[in-house]
Design a protein around this ligand. Structure first.
Ligand code: KIV
Ligand code: ZN
Length: 434
């Protein structure tokens, strides 16, 4: 038997409903090298993490959670390598995760010493299930774990070199009474006393996504309105994707007042993954808002991600999958080629081509090999488009239907897609040498 395990806040304002789109990019924090990495069958080696880190920097991430340095030797050495080899650009902050336990916090500070800009991210679990089943502790005792951790962070930050900021996560927020989560966060903030030039990060994780995105947004709106020192706090979200809504949760959460998003490329991460930053950033891009992340070379990013993580980018992965700009069906092909012709004729300022949510060129794709592909579902428009684009072969209007059916039938009998070269051969065999 199942029942709902989330909590609605005592007060709900629903102001976020009135907004239809995100107008400013949030601060992005990649957790690929921590949450993503810890969920891999074989976590990345030190050199692989270095390569991944460089890719994240190139994409434009300014905040990168690089690991849990107290968790393993590789994690520890990776952070030391970044610091000692001076691989962290001046405008990039590295973030490290630690549980709110004294020896782990101390080890983390040993690892982070000397990083030019770092966030030390401390967490403890606050949900009813974790309090009762795992820790067997009262609400007060759980709050004390967070507060003691916060105190130690403040003390140790004064002893290391580099600019250290603090982040706190009430882990398992999804199963925590919202008012209690705010109480714990505010107790932590009371210790840190954030200032305008030393903001603290409060990070709200849907550790296991268990509610619909609008419920999360309503919770976040409550948190945003009830956090102390709000002007000096960066409200961050860390959605997971158990119900398949990680991106929607992040988007509505930003509408509800969040300033920052933690996620991963292509949604890698624990179980069904973290929210996918590529999709959310490109969704904003498709609304005309610059996400301040550069995915113009999507294929290279996807190839590097696949090689380093041994994960696969699905053919249907938004904005990145092999098939996401492809039309096989005749009516779609026809609409796309007419839309492209209209765009050229009218010199359109905005992208409005039917069936293509963005211009494929913006993520490094081509019209020729990516958009119109021919199989048994295709029509004359698509067939004439490919023959013209690939070989300069312009079919007379009267011939288009016949050649369209010819290619469709050959593909149907072969049970295979036809490449432009296949089509040229079929054309040659059927008609004359071209
Ligand atoms: O999902 C989660 O709750 C986490 C925390 C450690 C932030 O990864
Ligand atoms: Zn997580």
């Amino acid at each position: 038997k199942y029942q709902k395990t989330y909590f609605m806040p005592s007060e709900a304002t629903y102001d976020w409903v009135k907004k239809d789109s995100i107008t400013e990019p949030p601060v992005w924090c990649s957790v690929d090298l921590r949450d993503g990495n810890q969920a891999l069958i074989e976590p990345m080696s030190l050199e692989e993490k270095v390569e991944f880190f460089k890719m994240l920097v190139k994409i434009g991430f300014k905040e990168i959670e690089v690991g849990f340095p107290a968790a393993s030797e590789t994690e520890y050495n990776f952070l030391r390598t970044l610091i000692d080899r001076k691989l962290i650009p001046d405008d990039v902050t590295v973030q490290v995760l630690t549980q709110a336990r004294e020896h782990i916090i101390r080890k983390t500070f040993e690892a982070v010493d000397g990083a030019p800009n770092a966030v030390v991210h401390v967490y403890n679990s606050t949900s009813v299930a974790q309090r009762e089943q795992v820790f067997r502790k009262s609400k007060e005792e759980i709050k004390k774990i967070a507060v003691d951790g916060a105190k130690l962070l403040k003390e140790l930050a004064a002893e290391v070199k580099g600019n250290i900021r603090f982040e706190y996560s009430p882990e398992s927020f999804h199963g925590t009474e919202v008012e209690y989560a705010v109480e714990v966060c505010n107790a932590v903030l009371d210790v840190w006393q954030p200032q305008a030039d030393a903001k603290a990060i409060i990070n709200i994780p849907s550790t296991v996504e268990n509610a619909m995105p609008h419920v999360f947004a309503t919770q976040i709106e409550y948190v945003s309105k009830h956090l102390k020192y709000r002007d000096n706090v960066v409200l961050s979200l860390h959605p997971h994707n158990d119900r398949g809504c990680g991106v929607a949760t992040a988007e509505l959460g930003v509408l509800a007042g969040a300033d920052r998003i933690e996620g991963t490329l292509f949604g890698n991460g624990e179980r069904t993954g973290n929210m996918d930053i590529v999709t959310m950033a490109m969704n904003m891009y498709s609304h005309g808002v610059d996400p301040k992340l550069d995915f113009s070379n999507m294929q290279e990013i996807a190839d590097t991600y696949e090689r380093l993580t041994n994960m696969q980018v699905s053919m249907r992965q938004p904005y990145a999958g092999e098939l996401v700009f492809t039309a096989f069906s005749g009516s779609h092909q026809d609409a796309i080629s007419k839309g492209m012709a209209y765009r050229e004729e009218k010199n359109c300022e905005y992208w409005t081509v039917p069936y293509l949510p963005i211009d494929p060129k913006d993520v490094g794709r081509t019209y020729d090999s990516d958009v119109i592909r021919i199989n048994s579902q295709s029509g004359r428009g698509g067939v004439s488009y490919v023959l013209k684009n690939s070989f300069g072969l312009i079919l007379p209007d009267k011939m288009k239907e016949e050649v369209g059916y010819l290619m469709k039938n050959v593909s149907d009998h072969r049970h295979a897609e036809l490449s432009p070269e296949d089509m040229r051969d079929v054309f040659k065999e059927t008609y004359v040498d071209v």
